[in-house]
Design a protein around this ligand. Structure first.
Ligand SMILES: [Zn+2]
Length: 254
């Protein structure tokens, strides 16, 4: 199997979403990926963001999905399995395009998305969920192998029912971590302060002592750390693929 991150959109979010105690004033820009897994059948992970969302989006929508898959000569209707890692607005907005696919979501995630904590309501869009529910959709309870060499694994913390995917390739196993880790910096915390700068301003990402650098958006930091150790049981740190790291664009994991 082979994993290909495909850029579906760019999104701008405050740094305190990306990193624990990050600046709320600095706005970071990052890619929204959908992921093609080339196996005996066509498998896609996540369905991207809409053209309009709670944070500013560039690209996105159905067009963004179609264009991203077109680079790999795949049409959404050819996809046989769609895995949704979690139900945040930027991971499931275009699931309806995959109308011939079986859709995999964790049951715990689905239940939370139907009734989110009040402060997190804006991250879930009920009309996306209604569309998904009318499709060939299945709720998964816990870890499950859904194809030869492809296993869904729960990584709660960012959301209650986030699932990563362990994918066997010819070089060994990778863990697709989705938003459990937004970037490689969450996996490999900086040991020195890092100054970042873009057209919106400057910020410092402070040196971390922790073995993992928490993301800024989570439902349980305790579960999040627990899931970090589960992640490192499943794959070497260097074989963990974060969900929104800009450096993934154009890469292939095989
Ligand atoms: Zn998320």
């Amino acid at each position: 199997m082979r994993i290909k991150p495909l850029v579906q959109a760019k999104i701008r979010v405050p740094l305190n979403v990306v990193f624990f105690f990050g600046s709320s004033e600095y706005v970071a820009s990052g890619p929204v990926y959908i992921w093609l897994i080339e196996a005996e059948e066509k498998i896609v992970v996540d369905a991207g963001v809409a053209e309009e969302a709670i944070y500013p989006v560039e690209g996105g929508g159905e067009k963004g999905v179609i264009r991203a898959l077109e680079q790999e000569k795949v049409r959404p209707e050819e996809v046989e399995k769609l895995i949704i890692t979690h139900l945040h607005f930027d991971h499931c907005a275009n699931a309806h395009l995959f109308h011939n696919a079986r859709i995999y979501v964790q049951k715990r995630e689905w239940e939370f998305a139907m009734n989110p904590l009040p402060a997190l309501r804006d991250l879930y869009v009920q009309k996306y969920l209604e569309k998904i529910e009318s499709m060939d959709f299945c709720l998964v309870k816990g870890d499950l192998e859904i194809a030869n060499g492809l296993k869904l694994v729960t990584l709660p913390g960012h959301t209650p029912g986030l699932q990563g995917i362990v994918v066997k390739t010819k070089s060994g196993e990778y863990l697709m971590a989705s938003d459990h880790f937004y970037s490689y910096m969450n996996v490999f915390p900086p040991r020195q302060d890092i100054l970042i700068e873009n057209e919106h301003g400057k910020a410092v990402i402070p040196a971390q002592k922790s073995p993992f650098f928490p993301i800024g958006l989570y439902v349980s930091l305790e579960d999040w750390f627990e899931s970090c150790y589960k992640a490192t049981n499943l794959a070497k740190k260097s074989r963990i693929i974060p969900g929104h790291d800009p450096s993934l664009e154009g890469r292939t994991f095989d």
